[in-house]
Design a protein around this ligand. Structure first.
Ligand code: ATP
Ligand code: MG
Length: 229
């Protein structure tokens, strides 16, 4: 059964970017709650602010005004160090551009999130995670020796290896073929349902919406929820 505990609360959040002294507003006074155990899909055309919103929710960037509460902690009042510690423990982030560390092998990339919280990854943990994303053969490869879709799957594995309770995924299947994409989404869906994780996915892909509990549309800086039957 779905818990009704709030994982993230967004209170009157706006975001402007300042470019050459000119301010551009991307998000306007957003209000939203995300419950633990939910899969939220965030849709919106390119440039609508999906990545901007995910970055704010994950504490990677700060809103211009308003507050964001994540796991009962007001992100906007935490210091940068406190936000980093919270992120390392509680959050997994699958970046639109993967952000794998090019000088580290796949194995080292996967070990890093655990090392950052003082844990050592066992060989079997790494192996199991790689096999979930069907990348068993990639252990000793460097990111530039992998295709875009393969890097994407490693980025997904890296975001999940430390067992975070909230996962942000920015276009996580953009570079995967339909079949691989379906398998990865099914696996992620199982993680959400069986382990009560919370997932927020920004995407252009309509096939992702089939897995969601709720669908949000970002348009003209505002969020609108679509009713899912
Ligand atoms: N660091 C930044 N500085 C200035 N403007 C930015 C910055 N990041 C994003 N923007 C602007 O904010 C708007 C929203 O960008 P964002 O990346 O959030 O869109 P998106 O919905 O994720 O698009 P896509 O689907 O193409 O990934 C865009 O107009 C973009 O140019
Ligand atoms: Mg984006």
């Amino acid at each position: 059964m779905k818990s009704q505990e709030i994982a993230i609360h967004v209170n009157n959040v706006s975001k402007d970017y300042l470019i050459a002294k000119q301010s551009y507003q991307v998000l306007y006074s957003l209000e939203a709650s995300i419950f633990q155990g939910e899969w939220i899909t965030l849709l919106g055309k390119s440039g609508s602010g999906k990545s901007t919103l995910l970055n704010l929710l994950a504490g990677l960037d700060s809103p211009t005004s308003g507050t964001i509460t994540l796991l009962q902690k007001d992100l906007t009042s935490l210091s940068e160090t406190e936000r980093t510690v919270l992120r390392r423990h509680a959050i997994g982030f699958i970046f639109q551009s993967y952000n794998l560390i090019p000088t580290l092998t796949v194995e080292e990339n996967l070990k890093l999130p655990l090392e950052l919280i003082g844990r050592t990854a066992s060989a079997s943990e790494i192996k199991k995670m790689l096999s979930e994303v069907e990348m068993d053969q990639a252990l000793h490869k460097f990111p530039d020796q992998l295709s875009g879709g393969e890097q994407q799957r490693i980025a997904i594995a890296r975001a999940l290896i430390h067992d975070p309770s909230i996962i942000f995924a920015d276009e996580p299947t953009g570079n995967l073929d339909d079949q691989t994409s379906y398998r990865v989404l099914t696996w992620m869906s199982r993680l959400i349902k069986e382990h009560g994780k919370t997932l927020i996915v920004a995407t252009h892909s309509k096939s992702v919406t089939a897995f969601s509990d709720r669908i949000w549309h970002l348009h003209n800086g505002a969020l609108k929820e679509e009713l899912v039957s």
